[in-house]
Design a binder for this molecule. Structure first.
Ligand SMILES: [Zn+2]
Length: 117
């Protein structure tokens, strides 16, 4: 195999391992070493990620300018700040949907009650 290709592959592999280790470290911290979704108990690592407990995770991530792996690095660097939990993708999706429904209901309610007064 071409030497450069080999180096690229090795680098990619070590990046992958580093990212997996970093993710494990963060997930372990936020789940007290029992790495499962805090809602449904899903334990497949590839389905799990960190969720901002009060919502607005994407906005927060945008604000600190990090996405994906660098978000995990940010959490470690900042000594695991509070307000995060481990959730699976399904539960994150349901939570987001519920937040959105609540938001829409409240918005409609305010419109209606505003129209009445
Ligand atoms: Zn779940």
């Amino acid at each position: 195999m071409n030497r450069e290709i080999k180096i690229t592959i090795n680098r990619r592999e070590s990046n992958r391992r580093y990212s997996a280790k970093l993710k494990m470290k963060v997930l372990s911290h936020y789940s007290n070493n029992n790495v499962v979704c805090s809602i449904c108990g899903e334990s497949r690592i590839e389905c799990l990620s960190i969720d901002h407990t009060s919502g607005g995770g994407n906005n927060h991530r945008k604000a600190i300018g990090t996405l994906g792996g660098s978000f995990y690095r940010w959490l470690v660097k900042n000594n695991f700040p509070q307000g995060y939990q481990v959730l699976c993708m399904n539960c994150q999706w349901c939570k987001r949907k519920k937040d959105m429904d609540t938001y829409l209901v409240r918005r409609d309610w305010e419109k209606l009650s505003g129209a009445r007064s």
